[in-house]
Design a protein around this ligand. Structure first.
Ligand SMILES: Cc1ncc(COP(=O)(O)O)c(C=O)c1O
Length: 382
């Protein structure tokens, strides 16, 4: 438990009623009741489908949240980078899958240190040229290392694009004395946010047909995949119901940002997961009738999604606009009551993962009470 001083300017408010209204802003806010329901719901859905759940911690970068997901039944967690893995392993998190290929001397040295510290990690690889580096790290750390082959099903970001490449890679891994071929990973980021569910199902089915061909070819040559890990929040209903994946990797479901709220869920009229993450901001200038200035701008929200969505404290149909590094503008509807200085407004984050990486702490609330403050442990560990 970090000392109170390490928990930022709001630490003195922990445990106090009405603390939510007194927070120094901008503050990243986590509604614990909703968050806990999301965590339990995803765990139950995967359990009922007999799938493993390995949630992606790139979304939250928090050891506390990773531990909550493990306690709910996750088989492990994913991280995006060896840097994030280092933070999670140091915090005692086990079953860590690093979902990006590890290439280059500096990252391989970090992997070696992680393994030497007995870190329970699995890595992915998408190129035969990268295998020797992984072998070196494992050998120097005197460890064996589980490896998944990363399969590209159409995004062209990482992953082996063709069946033959996957088979050659599996064959190469089978010759290694320190690496253990454990299966494959497949994540299709390009389909997760296709707004219409039917269009997403169609696009993803074509991609999964390729994954199936890869898995069949691997099995035919004696490289059957023990683990098939992948998918995200936008495809989890497809992944958990289908026969291909042994485990699902959703990340954003814990928070449900504006980007995901704009996407139709598959197999549900409404998302079963609800928004738990907000940025709380405050009116810091109010000279004009139709707009006020808020104290959260480009440094508080990642800008790659839709605009932050004003909810608590904002008049209905008020709109947020970016207004500089430290400022936002809340455009008020005609006839809205004037908003006083210091008035608090809470906004749904545009895209949760990069927004979280802009903040040091989660301010965990239940109703008006500030229950706890959790550090964003892996903030800046890119
Ligand atoms: C490899 C991998 N798996 C899973 C996820 C989680 O996806 P989502 O946040 O859409 O649930 C991501 C997110 O980028 C990812 O890169």
């Amino acid at each position: 438990m970090p000392p109170p001083a390490a928990l930022g300017p709001n630490a003195r408010l922990i445990g106090q009623r009405h603390a939510r209204e007194q927070l120094a802003t901008p503050a990243l806010l986590l509604d614990l009741d909703v968050f806990e329901r999301n965590v339990a719901l995803m765990a139950n859905r995967c359990r009922r489908a007999h799938k493993g759940l390995r949630p992606h911690a790139k979304t939250h970068k928090s050891a506390r949240i990773a531990r909550a997901q493990l306690a709910a039944g996750a088989v492990g967690i994913c991280v995006a980078t060896v840097h994030e893995a280092t933070v999670m392993v140091a915090a005692g998190v086990s079953g860590v899958l690093i979902t990006s290929p590890i290439v280059g001397t500096a990252k391989l040295a970090m992997l070696e240190r992680l393994l030497a510290r007995r870190g329970d990690v699995t890595v992915v690889v998408d190129n035969i040229e990268a295998v020797a580096g992984l072998e070196r790290s494992a050998r120097r750390a005197r460890r064996s290392l589980d490896v998944l082959i990363d399969i590209d099903v159409g995004m062209k970001r990482t992953g082996v694009p063709d069946v033959r490449g996957a088979v050659l890679l599996a064959r190469r891994l089978a010759t290694s004395s320190v690496l253990q071929y454990a299966g494959v990973q497949c994540y299709s980021g390009s389909v997760q946010h296709i707004v219409q569910a039917a269009a997403r199902v169609r696009a993803y089915s074509r991609q999964l047909a390729h994954l199936e061909r890869v898995l069949e070819a691997l099995a035919r040559r004696g490289h059957g995949a023990r683990i098939v890990s992948g998918g995200g929040t936008g495809t989890f209903e497809i992944d958990r119901r289908g026969a291909l994946f042994t485990e699902c990797q959703p990340g954003s479901y814990v928070f449900m940002d504006a980007q995901y709220n704009a996407v139709e869920p598959v197999a549900h009229a409404a998302w079963p997961f609800k928004t738990s993450l907000y940025v709380q901001t405050m009116v810091s200038s109010n000279h004009y009738p139709r707009a006020v200035t808020l104290d959260a701008g480009l440094k508080s929200f990642a800008m790659d999604g839709p605009a932050p969505l004003p909810v608590r404290g904002a008049p209905r149909s008020a709109r947020y606009q970016y207004f500089g590094d430290e400022f936002g503008r809340l455009v008020l509807p005609r006839g809205a009551r004037p908003l006083p200085l210091g008035h608090k407004i809470e906004l749904i984050t545009p895209h949760c993962d990069p927004t979280v990486n802009l903040h040091d702490f989660y301010h965990c609330v239940r109703g008006d009470r500030l229950v706890d403050i959790w550090p964003v442990d892996a903030r800046g560990n890119l």
